[in-house]
Design a protein around this ligand. Sequence first.
Ligand code: ADP
Length: 420
Amino acid sequence: MTEVQLQEIKLEPDSELRFEVESKNEKVVLEVKSGYAELFGTELVKAKPYEFHTGAKVAVFTWHGCTVELRGRTEVSYVAKETPMVVYLNVHAALEQQRVAAEQENTRGPVTMIVGPGDVGKSTLTRILLNYAVRMGRRPIFVDLDVGQGHISIPGTIGALLVERPASIEEGFSQQAPLVYHFGHKSPNENLELYNTIVSRLAEVIAERCEHNKKASTSGVIINTCGWVKGAGYKVLTHAAQAFEVDVILVLDNERLYNELKRDMPKFVKVVYLPKSGGVVERSTSQRAELRDGRIREYFYGKRTPYYPHSFDVKFSDLKIYKVGAPSLPDSCMPLGMRAEEALTKLVPVWASAALAHRILAVSFSPAADELALHSNLAGFVCVTAVDMERQTLTILSPQPRPLPNTILLLSELQYMDNH
Ligand code: ADP
């Protein structure tokens, strides 16, 4: 048996304890003994044990000083006195002023987009700013355009969520009624036309919803983006900025990107440069893949609260599976009046075959296999766990019991090996 390590750590005001849990099947328990502390903007409750598992990379920050206890084996754990938290708090204060003005003038609250390369703390800053807003009684909208990780749903999707309470320390933001759109790849680069189409669609739906929800509208929107910022990646960002009509762009740790955006954005868009936290941990390609896998596992099996998915067989003939994007042809070969790019957002039927094994299928609410399927919110996801060519059936892992809703299934490039 491994020995349980126990550390009591005193944190000075304006400092943070950073730790990582690396080893497999390791668990670390954190408890605040005295004073006040927060984790990425969520207040920690005194004397309540919080559990962190393999892969967790965490910072416990305190404005006024506190004592915390850490039980279990951490790979890295140290106290940092230098953090950008005061700068981030100032950003929050500036956004809050704009929300107050929006309330008084009956206009829209600030729409903020957070950009920067990979591993600079974009998702963390998004979480901090949303938490601070909701702790002030606001109801901001969280938009996640990062198809590589998929913080709202699973990777390969973009989505939005009305944030009504701070993120839970262990489970993140409550996933009630999110808006989720299918993309089906890990990088926007795989189908730029489709990516821009669904980003525009999400922006439209959010603008419509804000018209009917004054509280959300004055609270504003916070948009997390992908870490792809060069070349076509930059164009994707400027397209998103335009689609959401952003007011503020926060650029983390990249002066070139900051200068490009300052040059290219209209004058009314405030472009702000922010330092990254020294605590942000870089992740390797395999760690990213594990994180993606973890998100999908959580979708089916839950995190702290366990879910119990269903497994059942479906006949090939009862399924309507499509992928998005026909092979690109030169304009001269396209049917009259159709652009080559349009093919990239067309639904193409997929015949059931052994290649479907372990693939994720998005369940669309759409009744028809046309553009509507791309423009409709998703009902959820299923995973193909086995293909039986002889019996002509697929075995499906699904959060809902059978039957599968009689709608369109959209094939994702993402795979998940169910060995739960
Ligand atoms: P990005 O969205 O830019 O890729 P993230 O916000 O996901 O970056 O941060 C990368 C990793 O660093 C995450 O695992 C996150 O939990 C961790 N992290 C962020 N800020 C800190 C910090 N101050 N101390 C320790 N770990 C941190």
